[in-house]
Design a protein around this ligand. Structure first.
Ligand SMILES: Cc1cc2nc3c(=O)[nH]c(=O)nc-3n(C[C@H](O)[C@H](O)[C@H](O)COP(=O)(O)O)c2cc1C
Length: 215
């Protein structure tokens, strides 16, 4: 092991802040998620709504990146992006996706897996026009995930969009919603014996089964 690896290998954090039991989670994982989210907000977790979104491309290769949760509508987790981005192409090829929240201040992780679809365009409009004008213009100007020659390409595109004056949500920018099929709540515990409680949607999709898994 070289010294850098030794340095990393020696980083250790013990988790002993809290516990998680079946009696706390109840039988509605989405409701329980809102409780943990509000607790994370209350604990002033940094970027509390940031999540890692994993998607899979047409050849089966996984790709992950951070996006921001911007809504929880009728049990589905909503974020906004460019439909022509790499993630947009991956979701068009394979709608299965996974989201991971990590709230280190509370020693908690939530993993959500399910199917993604586009939100209603009216909902995308509502969110798009609620953003600061600079963000609206930036979303129009940036060909997300596309290779560009240098930064001036973006700056020129931004100036051109701003000069047009009339800022409209492009059809290729909008929301996605993930309808969960599996949600796992993870609470760090001492000696790596963490609590993990999983909810899985029943086959008919009308209710959830709950079980505990080993850390
Ligand atoms: C804290 C943070 C928040 C982000 N939020 C978003 C977001 O809500 N939507 C988005 O499209 N990209 C967001 N990004 C940028 C993405 O991580 C990513 O670079 C971008 O979506 C392009 O991904 P893709 O090429 O895989 O499609 C965020 C990045 C960070 C670090």
């Amino acid at each position: 092991m070289d010294s850098f690896s030794k340095n990393i290998a020696n980083i250790r954090q013990d988790y002993c802040q809290a516990t998680l039991s079946e009696s706390e989670t109840g039988n509605d994982p989405v409701l329980f998620f809102t409780r943990w989210f509000e607790e994370a907000q209350h604990a002033e977790c940094i970027e509390v709504n940031a999540l890692t979104l994993a998607t899979v491309d047409a050849s089966g290769k996984p790709h992950a990146r951070i996006v921001l949760l911007k809504g929880l509508e009728k049990g589905s987790f909503v974020f906004f992006t460019n439909y022509h981005s790499d993630k947009g192409h991956e979701l068009a090829a394979n709608p299965h996706a996974s989201m991971v929240f990590f709230w280190p201040e509370l020693q908690r992780q939530v993993r959500i897996e399910g199917l993604i679809s586009k939100v209603d365009p009216a909902y995308s409009d509502e969110y798009f026009y609620s953003r600061p004008l600079g963000s609206q213009i930036g979303a129009i100007a940036s060909p997300q995930s596309q290779r560009i020659a240098d930064r001036s390409v973006l700056e020129e595109s931004l100036a051109a969009v701003a000069a047009q004056g009339d800022v409209k949500r492009p059809a290729h920018w909008g929301g996605y919603q993930l309808k969960p099929q599996r949600i796992e709540f993870w609470q760090g515990r001492a000696s790596r014996l963490h609590d993990r409680i999983v909810f899985e949607q029943t086959e008919e999709g009308s209710s959830w089964t709950q079980y505990r898994i080993a850390p």
